[in-house]
Write a protein that binds this ligand. Structure first.
Ligand code: MG
Length: 325
C-alpha cells in the first residue's frame, strides 16, 4: 500500500509539474506572440466576422475564429481584417507579416496620363519656361530657346543645370533628336542627362546610327551599353525614366557607388548598374571624387539642337517612413 501510495503521489507530482511547465511554456509563447515591435496595437475586435465572412461569426467554423484570434487579427469597423499582431516576424525588419503597426505609405496622386508628373514631383520643365535652370558656365538664367511646349539645347551656349540640388531621384525626361538627322556616330543628336553633373546617361540619335556601344543612347557613358537599342526615329519624342541612386561617401572613402536604372521608351535598358565613377573622363579609368550628397542635375550641350519637354523629378526616400512623412 505504502509503495503504491508513493507511486501515485509521484505520478501526480509529475503530472502537475508537467502541467505547470506546459502552462509556463504556453504563457511564454503567448507573451512572445503578443509582442509587437511598434507602440500602438489596436485590440482585436471580439466577435467580429473574418475578412470575406461578413455574415458574422456564427457562419465561421470555431477553429477559424480561434485561429484569427491567436494570430492577433485586428478588424476595422466593418469587421474586415486590417492587420495582425502575432504572425511571423519578417527577418531583418522590425515588422511581422501583415503587421498592424507598420506605417502606411503616404498617398500621392499619380499623373493623369502616362508620363505626366505625379503630385509629389518637382516639375523641372512644364512647357513654358526654364526658370528652374541656370547656365552651367556662369550661373545666370538658362538661355536655351523655348518653343511650342519644348526647349532646344542652345547649341554652343553651354550645358544647363537645375537651381535645385538632388541626391537619390526618379527622373522623367522626354527628348527628340534633330530631324532630319545629320552627322553620324557621336556627331548626331548628341546631348546627355548628367546626374550631379557627373554621371551621364547618354542622349543620342541611335536610330540606325552606329557608334561605340557604351556611347550610344541610354548608355551610361563609357561604362555600360543599354541592354537593347529602343531608339525611335529622329524627331519622334522618346522617354527616359531613370532611377538614380547617388554615391555615398564617408569623408574621402566611397561607401557605395552610384546606381542607375533606365527605362527607355518604357523598356528596361539599364538594370541598377553600379557606376564606376564620373563619366566625364574618357582617357583614364572612371573614378570617384567625394562630393556633396546633393548636386544639380545637368543637361548637356553637345552642339546639337536636341529637343526636351515634360521633365520632372522626385526625391526618393526610404521604406516604412513614419506616417505623414
Ligand atoms: Mg552626350
Amino acid at each position: 500500500m505504502r509503495t503504491i501510495f508513493n507511486r501515485s503521489r509521484v505520478r501526480r507530482f509529475i503530472s502537475v509539474t508537467a502541467g505547470v511547465a506546459l502552462a509556463i511554456a504556453l504563457g511564454k509563447l503567448d507573451a512572445r506572440q503578443g509582442q509587437t515591435p511598434a507602440t500602438q496595437t489596436p485590440q482585436p475586435a471580439a466577435g467580429a466576422p473574418a475578412q470575406g465572412q461578413r455574415g458574422g461569426q456564427n457562419q465561421q467554423p470555431a477553429a477559424a475564429r480561434n485561429n484569427a484570434a491567436e494570430q492577433g487579427a485586428v478588424r476595422n469597423a466593418e469587421g474586415a481584417i486590417i492587420g495582425f499582431t502575432a504572425l511571423a516576424e519578417i527577418p531583418g525588419t522590425p515588422w511581422r507579416i501583415h503587421d498592424i503597426a507598420r506605417p502606411h505609405p503616404r498617398v500621392i496622386t499619380p499623373g493623369a496620363t502616362p508620363g505626366a508628373a505625379p503630385s509629389d514631383a518637382i516639375v523641372l520643365f512644364d512647357g513654358k519656361d526654364l526658370s528652374k535652370w541656370v547656365s552651367a558656365r556662369g550661373g545666370q538664367d538658362a538661355a536655351w530657346p523655348v518653343k511650342d511646349g519644348y526647349f532646344e539645347t542652345g547649341a554652343g551656349s553651354g550645358s544647363i543645370v537645375t537651381r535645385e540640388k538632388f541626391g537619390d531621384v526618379q527622373l522623367h525626361v522626354e527628348f527628340a533628336t534633330p530631324s532630319p538627322g545629320r552627322g553620324s556616330s557621336q556627331d548626331r543628336g548628341n546631348s546627355g542627362v548628367r546626374f550631379m553633373d557627373r554621371y551621364e546617361v547618354q542622349v543620342l540619335d541611335s536610330y540606325e546610327n552606329v557608334t561605340y556601344a557604351d556611347g550610344q543612347a541610354a548608355a551610361i557613358y563609357g561604362e555600360y551599353p543599354p541592354l537593347v537599342n529602343a531608339a525611335r526615329k529622329p524627331g519622334e519624342w522618346q522617354t527616359y525614366d531613370i532611377v538614380f541612386e547617388a554615391p555615398k561617401f564617408n569623408g574621402a572613402t566611397l561607401l557605395a557607388p552610384a546606381y542607375i536604372t533606365v527605362f527607355w521608351n518604357g523598356v528596361l535598358v539599364q538594370h541598377r548598374r553600379p557606376v564606376m565613377g564620373s563619366t566625364s573622363a574618357t582617357t583614364t579609368q572612371h573614378s570617384y571624387t567625394p562630393h556633396d550628397p546633393e548636386l544639380p542635375l545637368a543637361l548637356q550641350d553637345h552642339n546639337h539642337p536636341v529637343h526636351y519637354r515634360n521633365i520632372w523629378i522626385r526625391r526618393l526616400a526610404g521604406y516604412d517612413l513614419p506616417e505623414g512623412k
